[in-house]
Design a protein around this ligand. Structure first.
Ligand SMILES: [Zn+2]
Ligand SMILES: [Zn+2]
Length: 239
Protein backbone atom coordinates (compact mmCIF):
# COMPACT_ATOMS: atom_id res chain seq x y z
CA UNK A 1 0.00 0.00 0.00
CA UNK A 2 2.82 2.32 0.96
CA UNK A 3 4.70 1.46 -2.25
CA UNK A 4 1.61 2.23 -4.32
CA UNK A 5 1.12 5.51 -2.56
CA UNK A 6 4.77 6.42 -3.16
CA UNK A 7 4.43 5.60 -6.86
CA UNK A 8 1.28 7.70 -7.12
CA UNK A 9 3.11 10.60 -5.52
CA UNK A 10 5.49 10.64 -8.47
CA UNK A 11 2.80 10.27 -11.14
CA UNK A 12 0.20 12.76 -9.98
CA UNK A 13 0.78 16.50 -10.42
CA UNK A 14 2.12 17.85 -7.16
CA UNK A 15 0.83 20.79 -5.25
CA UNK A 16 2.69 22.91 -2.76
CA UNK A 17 1.71 21.67 0.68
CA UNK A 18 1.45 25.22 1.93
CA UNK A 19 -0.09 27.39 -0.81
CA UNK A 20 -1.61 24.76 -3.11
CA UNK A 21 0.15 25.93 -6.31
CA UNK A 22 1.22 23.23 -8.76
CA UNK A 23 4.94 22.70 -8.32
CA UNK A 24 7.61 20.02 -8.68
CA UNK A 25 8.45 19.90 -5.00
CA UNK A 26 6.24 19.29 -1.99
CA UNK A 27 6.68 22.92 -0.95
CA UNK A 28 7.24 25.58 -3.60
CA UNK A 29 10.41 27.63 -3.53
CA UNK A 30 8.55 30.82 -2.56
CA UNK A 31 6.86 29.20 0.46
CA UNK A 32 10.07 27.53 1.58
CA UNK A 33 11.79 30.91 1.46
CA UNK A 34 8.95 32.82 3.16
CA UNK A 35 7.89 30.36 5.85
CA UNK A 36 10.59 27.80 6.50
CA UNK A 37 13.96 29.53 6.21
CA UNK A 38 14.03 30.78 9.76
CA UNK A 39 17.61 31.70 10.27
CA UNK A 40 18.09 33.19 13.72
CA UNK A 41 21.22 33.11 15.81
CA UNK A 42 21.26 29.61 17.35
CA UNK A 43 23.20 27.82 20.05
CA UNK A 44 25.82 25.83 18.10
CA UNK A 45 25.50 22.89 20.48
CA UNK A 46 21.72 22.39 20.76
CA UNK A 47 20.33 24.56 17.94
CA UNK A 48 18.00 26.60 20.14
CA UNK A 49 17.31 30.17 19.11
CA UNK A 50 19.43 32.59 21.12
CA UNK A 51 18.87 36.02 22.52
CA UNK A 52 21.75 38.30 21.80
CA UNK A 53 22.52 38.50 25.51
CA UNK A 54 23.60 34.84 25.67
CA UNK A 55 27.25 34.68 26.59
CA UNK A 56 29.74 33.17 24.15
CA UNK A 57 26.86 32.20 21.84
CA UNK A 58 26.15 29.04 23.84
CA UNK A 59 22.76 28.78 25.56
CA UNK A 60 22.43 28.73 29.32
CA UNK A 61 21.29 25.12 29.39
CA UNK A 62 24.31 23.85 27.40
CA UNK A 63 26.64 25.94 29.57
CA UNK A 64 25.12 24.46 32.71
CA UNK A 65 25.22 20.86 31.51
CA UNK A 66 27.16 20.13 28.32
CA UNK A 67 25.30 17.58 26.20
CA UNK A 68 27.03 14.48 24.82
CA UNK A 69 26.45 15.69 21.26
CA UNK A 70 28.80 18.35 19.93
CA UNK A 71 26.59 20.38 17.60
CA UNK A 72 23.13 20.67 16.11
CA UNK A 73 22.05 21.97 12.72
CA UNK A 74 18.34 22.69 12.28
CA UNK A 75 16.49 23.78 9.16
CA UNK A 76 13.60 25.54 10.88
CA UNK A 77 11.66 25.89 14.12
CA UNK A 78 8.87 23.53 15.09
CA UNK A 79 6.16 26.16 14.65
CA UNK A 80 3.46 26.60 12.00
CA UNK A 81 3.73 25.67 9.16
CA UNK A 82 6.66 23.27 9.86
CA UNK A 83 4.69 21.41 12.55
CA UNK A 84 1.89 20.80 10.06
CA UNK A 85 4.36 19.34 7.55
CA UNK A 86 5.81 16.99 10.18
CA UNK A 87 2.29 15.87 11.03
CA UNK A 88 1.40 15.19 7.41
CA UNK A 89 4.56 13.18 6.90
CA UNK A 90 4.10 11.07 10.03
CA UNK A 91 0.37 10.61 10.20
CA UNK A 92 -0.76 11.39 6.66
CA UNK A 93 1.99 9.23 5.12
CA UNK A 94 2.91 11.98 2.65
CA UNK A 95 6.43 10.70 2.04
CA UNK A 96 7.25 13.38 -0.52
CA UNK A 97 7.49 15.77 2.42
CA UNK A 98 10.56 13.85 3.63
CA UNK A 99 12.53 14.85 0.55
CA UNK A 100 11.56 18.49 0.99
CA UNK A 101 12.78 18.29 4.59
CA UNK A 102 16.02 16.71 3.40
CA UNK A 103 16.51 19.53 0.85
CA UNK A 104 16.05 22.22 3.50
CA UNK A 105 18.31 20.35 5.89
CA UNK A 106 20.99 20.02 3.22
CA UNK A 107 20.86 23.79 2.65
CA UNK A 108 21.15 24.42 6.40
CA UNK A 109 24.14 22.07 6.71
CA UNK A 110 25.90 23.68 3.76
CA UNK A 111 25.17 27.17 5.07
CA UNK A 112 25.98 26.70 8.74
CA UNK A 113 28.29 23.78 9.11
CA UNK A 114 31.87 24.66 9.74
CA UNK A 115 34.42 21.90 9.95
CA UNK A 116 34.73 18.40 8.68
CA UNK A 117 31.50 16.67 7.66
CA UNK A 118 30.55 13.44 9.44
CA UNK A 119 31.59 10.10 7.96
CA UNK A 120 28.22 8.48 8.64
CA UNK A 121 24.55 9.54 8.82
CA UNK A 122 22.24 7.53 11.07
CA UNK A 123 18.49 8.06 11.47
CA UNK A 124 17.03 8.07 14.98
CA UNK A 125 15.33 4.65 15.12
CA UNK A 126 11.66 4.07 15.92
CA UNK A 127 10.55 1.43 18.39
CA UNK A 128 9.36 -1.91 16.96
CA UNK A 129 5.63 -1.44 17.41
CA UNK A 130 5.60 2.20 16.30
CA UNK A 131 7.48 1.17 13.14
CA UNK A 132 4.95 -1.60 12.50
CA UNK A 133 2.05 0.78 13.06
CA UNK A 134 3.39 3.57 10.82
CA UNK A 135 5.06 1.38 8.20
CA UNK A 136 8.07 3.67 7.87
CA UNK A 137 10.51 5.68 9.93
CA UNK A 138 10.27 9.34 8.97
CA UNK A 139 13.86 9.98 10.14
CA UNK A 140 15.09 7.23 7.83
CA UNK A 141 13.12 8.66 4.89
CA UNK A 142 14.82 12.04 5.43
CA UNK A 143 18.26 10.43 5.83
CA UNK A 144 17.85 8.37 2.65
CA UNK A 145 17.52 11.56 0.60
CA UNK A 146 19.98 13.65 2.59
CA UNK A 147 22.93 11.20 2.62
CA UNK A 148 23.64 11.16 -1.14
CA UNK A 149 23.08 14.91 -1.35
CA UNK A 150 25.83 15.49 1.19
CA UNK A 151 27.97 12.63 -0.10
CA UNK A 152 27.93 10.89 3.30
CA UNK A 153 27.40 7.16 3.89
CA UNK A 154 24.03 6.17 5.30
CA UNK A 155 23.90 3.62 8.12
CA UNK A 156 20.20 2.82 8.56
CA UNK A 157 20.86 0.06 11.08
CA UNK A 158 23.63 1.67 13.13
CA UNK A 159 21.27 2.08 16.08
CA UNK A 160 18.45 0.05 17.53
CA UNK A 161 15.62 1.19 19.78
CA UNK A 162 14.97 -1.76 22.06
CA UNK A 163 11.51 -0.78 23.15
CA UNK A 164 8.85 1.75 22.35
CA UNK A 165 8.87 4.84 24.49
CA UNK A 166 6.14 7.33 25.17
CA UNK A 167 6.34 10.40 22.95
CA UNK A 168 8.76 12.78 24.71
CA UNK A 169 6.39 15.68 24.12
CA UNK A 170 3.75 13.95 26.27
CA UNK A 171 6.01 13.82 29.32
CA UNK A 172 7.10 16.40 31.87
CA UNK A 173 10.76 17.35 31.52
CA UNK A 174 11.91 15.36 34.58
CA UNK A 175 10.50 12.09 33.21
CA UNK A 176 12.01 12.37 29.75
CA UNK A 177 15.42 11.05 30.70
CA UNK A 178 13.99 7.99 32.43
CA UNK A 179 11.79 7.36 29.39
CA UNK A 180 14.78 7.00 27.05
CA UNK A 181 17.43 5.56 29.38
CA UNK A 182 18.92 2.24 28.16
CA UNK A 183 16.62 2.22 25.16
CA UNK A 184 19.24 2.65 22.43
CA UNK A 185 22.02 0.26 21.50
CA UNK A 186 24.54 0.18 18.66
CA UNK A 187 24.65 -2.57 16.10
CA UNK A 188 27.72 -4.55 17.17
CA UNK A 189 28.68 -5.40 13.60
CA UNK A 190 29.06 -1.71 12.86
CA UNK A 191 31.21 -0.79 15.87
CA UNK A 192 34.35 -0.30 13.72
CA UNK A 193 32.44 2.43 11.86
CA UNK A 194 31.83 4.29 15.13
CA UNK A 195 35.20 4.12 16.86
CA UNK A 196 37.13 7.34 16.30
CA UNK A 197 34.55 8.63 13.82
CA UNK A 198 32.26 11.61 13.49
CA UNK A 199 28.60 10.48 13.30
CA UNK A 200 25.55 12.62 12.54
CA UNK A 201 22.08 11.70 13.80
CA UNK A 202 19.09 12.67 11.67
CA UNK A 203 15.58 13.31 12.97
CA UNK A 204 12.46 15.21 11.97
CA UNK A 205 11.92 17.03 15.28
CA UNK A 206 14.08 17.87 18.28
CA UNK A 207 12.03 18.74 21.36
CA UNK A 208 14.27 18.93 24.44
CA UNK A 209 17.12 16.95 22.91
CA UNK A 210 16.86 14.19 25.54
CA UNK A 211 16.56 11.39 22.95
CA UNK A 212 19.44 12.70 20.83
CA UNK A 213 21.55 13.15 23.94
CA UNK A 214 20.89 9.59 25.03
CA UNK A 215 21.98 8.26 21.61
CA UNK A 216 25.05 10.51 21.57
CA UNK A 217 26.01 9.11 24.98
CA UNK A 218 25.84 5.55 23.59
CA UNK A 219 27.88 6.50 20.50
CA UNK A 220 30.54 8.23 22.60
CA UNK A 221 30.73 5.22 24.89
CA UNK A 222 31.57 3.19 21.78
CA UNK A 223 34.36 5.59 20.89
CA UNK A 224 32.67 8.12 18.57
CA UNK A 225 34.95 11.14 18.35
CA UNK A 226 32.20 13.60 17.50
CA UNK A 227 28.39 13.48 17.30
CA UNK A 228 26.28 16.02 15.37
CA UNK A 229 22.51 16.33 15.06
CA UNK A 230 20.88 17.23 11.73
CA UNK A 231 17.25 17.98 12.56
CA UNK A 232 14.48 19.39 10.41
CA UNK A 233 12.59 21.33 13.10
CA UNK A 234 13.56 22.47 16.60
CA UNK A 235 10.95 23.17 19.28
CA UNK A 236 11.62 26.65 20.67
CA UNK A 237 12.18 26.53 24.42
CA UNK A 238 9.44 28.95 25.38
CA UNK A 239 6.82 27.99 22.81
ZN1 LIG B 1 3.79 27.35 -2.00
ZN1 LIG C 1 22.39 25.04 23.69
Amino acid sequence: MLALRTTLNYLLPRHCHLCGDVCKESVCAACARDFLHINPCRCPICGIELNLIDARNICGQCLKKTPYFDQTIVATDYLPPADELVHRLKFGHQLSIASMMADLLRDAVIERYAGELPSLLAPVPLGPSRLRERGFNQAQEITRVLAPQLGIDLAPRLLLRLRDTLPQSSLPFQQRQANTRNVFVCNLELLPRIDGQHIALVDDVMTTGTTLNEIAKVLKRHGARQVSNFVFARTPRHA
